[in-house]
Design a protein around this ligand. Structure first.
Ligand code: SIN
Length: 499
């Protein structure tokens, strides 16, 4: 199956290099890796296969840029981010085209991602000038204690392919707002969106060395190791799987770096039978489950529906899913695209086959669609799910909705909390006491109540348990890039006078 990729309005945003010290460079070995369109398997282009020595140069550039950048006025950094934000908005069509091309998500979704990505620059341009310290009453006579919030230093950022723009802006925005300089490793599957963003950073006047983007595919472990162990890098922010997060955390411990980890999820989505608007619950579950074809860390992975409404919910849910159109992201009327690569499609297939073999019923989809392309899997709905099935305990990261029946609130909260990870959870209920009770009982970092979409630059994003720690976005996101320095001034004797 082929499709037509619309030409970029500004072809100079398609860049097959790395961005180091304000320049577009190749790997010193001359090696490159190929990037393929997940919808067709066709070659999009190549990017430099950086190695440890290339990465060292990017780190050197960020180290050299840091002393000056950390002393720029916060207001000036805010203006830089604002200019970058505006350029992202102005070039949204091209960025969306790049996202769809290399990630596969439909163009409308890609447009949504560009807005989401830009919103982090806007948000943190507003946070930059509002980093306040404190004056703290001392417990020692004659002392005064104050705090300064300072940039942590050079930061290493490692980002995933599922949001080629938004995951990188959610990290670079607060880093620059805080006064840090950056070495970002973009994902091997989707490097071109990150490169276009870097080019826009250049045009926004971000000084050289402040933002550096490195690319690698086969050499990713080597590049990751340099970034996570380098003594001059003071903080790592990583979004990706729990398994890789554990490895990187071990590496980062060698130089005791500050770290924030946004790792895997396995979100429960609960529908209680007191829900007033069942259609709204169906729509919420669909939005949460099938966003980006199920390839977000906060996608519903286990949909629990209370017994009394289970059959009706399943019927309405399946009807909606049947109405979707699967296809290449640029195709007319396409609502859902392919998954990213063959490993992803094999995992999705394995989860469906496992559930089926243990008694689940496939009511919609259930199969690969090779006639559409190499990475297409039908949007799938499974009923009669039970807790011994893989989907109950493993993140599918694909377009498969498993509907689990449950009887009581206590039972479903226990089922929801069985997961080792705890990123997001959702539930629908119209009972205000239950809303508080359940929101407080769920062991996750983010809860959506009567909504299936929680992503918002204003809201703290992050998990608990093996989903990691640290928060992105929101008023807390910048703290991950700051350190608190206390300054104690002694020998201050009060003036005691009578007026
Ligand atoms: C993720 O999948 O890691 C991020 C999803 C989001 O920000 O909504």
């Amino acid at each position: 199956m082929s499709h037509t990729v619309p030409p970029l309005k500004d072809p100079s945003l398609f860049i097959e290099k790395c961005y180091v010290n304000g320049e577009w460079v190749t790997a010193q070995s001359g090696k490159t890796f190929e990037v393929h369109d997940p919808a067709t398997g066709k070659l999009i282009g190549t990017c430099p296969e950086f190695d440890a020595a290339d990465t060292q140069k990017a780190i050197d550039a960020a180290v050299a840029a840091f002393p000056k950048f950390r002393t720029t006025l916060a207001r000036e950094r805010a203006r830089m981010l604002r200019r970058w934000y505006q350029l992202v908005v102005d070039n949204a069509d091209d960025l969306a085209t790049l996202i769809t091309w290399e990630n596969g998500k439909p163009l409308a979704d890609a447009r949504g991602e560009v807005n989401y990505a830009a919103s982090f620059f806007e948000w943190f341009s507003e946070e930059a000038p509002r980093v306040y310290g404190d004056t703290i009453p001392a417990t020692v006579a004659g002392n005064r204690v104050l705090t300064l919030k300072e940039p942590v230093g050079v930061v290493g950022l490692i980002t995933p392919w599922n949001f080629p723009a938004a995951m990188i802006t959610r990290k670079i925005g607060p880093a620059l707002a805080a006064g840090c300089t950056v070495v970002a490793k973009s994902p091997g599957e989707t490097p071109f969106t990150a490169n276009a963003l870097a080019e826009l950073a250049r045009r926004a006047g971000i000084p050289k060395g402040v933002v550096n983007i490195v690319t690698a595919a086969k050499n990713t472990p080597e590049v990751g190791e340099v970034i996570t162990t380098h003594p001059e890098i003071r903080k790592i922010s990583f979004t990706g799987s729990t398994g890789v997060g554990k490895l990187l955390m071990k590496q980062a411990s060698s130089t005791v770096k500050k770290v924030s980890w946004e790792l895997g999820g396995n979100a429960p989505f609960i529908v209680f039978d007191d829900v007033e608007d069942l259609d709204a619950a169906v729509a919420g579950a669909i939005a949460s489950k099938f966003r980006s074809s199920g390839q977000t860390c906060v996608c519903a992975n286990r949909i629990y529906v209370q017994k009394g409404i289970y059959d009706e919910f399943a019927k309405r849910f399946a009807e909606k899913v049947r109405a979707f159109k699967l296809g290449a992201g640029f195709g007319e009327g396409v609502t859902h695209g392919p998954v990213i690569h063959s490993r992803a499609i094999e995992k999705v297939n394995e989860h469906v086959r496992d559930a089926e073999s243990k008694g689940a019923k496939v009511v919609v989809g259930g199969n690969k669609v090779p006639s559409l392309g190499p990475n297409f899997f039908e949007l799938t709905v499974l009923t009669g799910m039970t807790k011994d099935m893989k989907i109950a305990s493993e993140e599918t990261f694909g377009p498969v909705a498993g509907l689990f029946p449950f009887e009581t609130e206590e039972e479903v909260v226990q089922l929801a909390n069985r997961a080792e990870v705890g990123l997001a959870a959702y539930f629908y209920s119209s009972n205000v006491k239950r809303i508080f009770r359940v929101a407080e009982a769920l062991e996750v970092g983010m809860v959506g109540v009567n909504t299936g979409i929680i992503s918002d630059p204003a809201s703290p994003f992050g998990g608990v348990k093996q989903s990691g720690f640290g928060r992105e976005g929101s008023k807390y996101g910048i703290d991950e890039y700051l350190v608190v320095k206390s300054v104690t001034i002694g020998g201050i004797n009060p003036i005691i006078s009578r007026l």
